[in-house]
Design a protein around this ligand. Structure first.
Ligand SMILES: Nc1ncnc2c1ncn2[C@@H]1O[C@H](COP(=O)(O)OP(=O)(O)O)[C@@H](O)[C@H]1O
Ligand SMILES: [Mg+2]
Length: 328
């Protein structure tokens, strides 16, 4: 198949994007497909022209933004729909629900999946809360990902610091603020693959044991992206060592959350596990980060699925879902 790998650019330079696009393209080539990378940068006409020129049988969608637009990723898949293209991962409706972490909680609630109690502080309306929240609290943007706006000061133990963080998120990130009860526990990620019958991959745990003393053990933006920081160096993702019963429960919660949020093809559920065995879902990452060294790719490897197999399995899932038959 001819597959367009769609990726957001970090500047106008068409080569300036996350290395994941080349990795996925190489894996597709190994799967006998014909990939072409299309970069997306603030010019919708160019995206449409490039897609039309490529005439792909399928779009492998790695695009997470469009300029500064809050719902850029939602808009891009909307465009793919309007162009009549088939693509991996969710559509605009799914992405909208998954991106808004409060809406996610409301959907989880219906299936009785636990999540941290929360309140939303919007810029332009009254705050919304289900009840009293207990300190310490965690303040983060409502609709960002990649730990944007999340540093050590996200964890607060008094009203003044909470308000400071809320205002900073309004002013600097231009998003509503989500205030959650802080869940002190192990950080667990579960990758899920599939549609009608999704399967959960082995749980991955973030090992914070090398974290700098006195810094809250959270996946801040430093811990995720700043390779020179003590937080980055102090974290390590490992296969979670869980007793069978607990592992099965964690995977069940991940599958329930994946279904509740209507994730398509693949995704990763971020959770926290308390010492008393309660499992809280922090968020559901539909079409999660697919870099070769990502937690998702690691957990696939544990069940014997190579990176090439993983990427091509996602293609097969999308093909099956779209009912593309004679695609070659
Ligand atoms: N309620 C919470 N309790 C404890 N830690 C949290 C909570 N919310 C977020 N975190 C920490 O912040 C990190 C990023 O939060 P998350 O909601 O996953 O946002 P992102 O979409 O940016 O990944 C989590 O991986 C976790 O370490
Ligand atoms: Mg996360």
């Amino acid at each position: 198949m001819r597959i367009a790998v769609l990726i957001d650019l970090m500047s106008e330079d068409p080569g300036h994007h996350d290395p994941v696009a080349e990795q996925v393209a190489a894996a597709l080539r190994d799967g006998e497909h014909e990939p072409v990378i299309i970069g997306v940068w603030r010019d919708l006409k160019r995206v449409i022209d490039d897609l039309k020129a490529a005439q792909p049988d399928l779009v492998f969608n790695l695009c997470e933004s469009f300029g500064d637009a809050l719902f850029g990723a939602v808009g891009i898949v909307g465009v793919l729909d309007l162009l009549g293209l088939r693509y991996t991962g969710g559509g605009p409706g799914e992405f909208y629900m998954q991106q808004d972490k409060a809406l996610t909680k409301k959907l989880l609630a219906f299936d009785k999946i636990k999540y941290p109690e929360f309140a939303v502080f919007s810029q332009d309306s009254d705050f919304e809360t289900g009840g009293n929240l207990r300190m310490p609290l965690f303040v983060k943007p409502l609709r960002q990902d990649a730990s944007i706006g999340i540093g050590a000061n996200a964890l607060v133990d008094n009203f003044r610091d909470m308000m400071k963080r809320i205002i900073a998120i309004h002013d600097k990130i231009n998003d509503a603020a989500l205030v959650e009860e802080y869940i002190d526990g192990r950080e667990i990620y579960v990758g899920v693959l599939g549609n009608a019958m999704p399967t959960a991959l082995p749980p991955i745990e973030i090992d914070f044991s090398g974290f700098p003393e006195g810094t809250p053990k959270i996946m801040s933006s430093k811990a995720k992206w700043n390779k020179r920081s003590a937080e980055y160096k102090g974290t390590n993702s490992v296969i979670a060592d869980l007793p069978d019963e607990l592992k099965a429960r964690v995977q069940k919660v991940a599958l329930d959350a994946y279904r509740a949020l209507r994730v398509r093809d693949y995704g990763r559920v971020d959770m926290r596990l308390t010492p008393s065995g309660d499992i809280y879902v922090l968020e559901v990452n539909a079409s999660c980060y697919l870099e070769r060294d990502s937690e998702f790719a690691h957990s696939a490897k544990v069940v014997g699925m190579s990176y090439v197999q993983l990427v091509n399995e996602i293609v097969d899932l999308a093909v099956e879902r779209h009912g593309i038959r004679d695609a070659s």
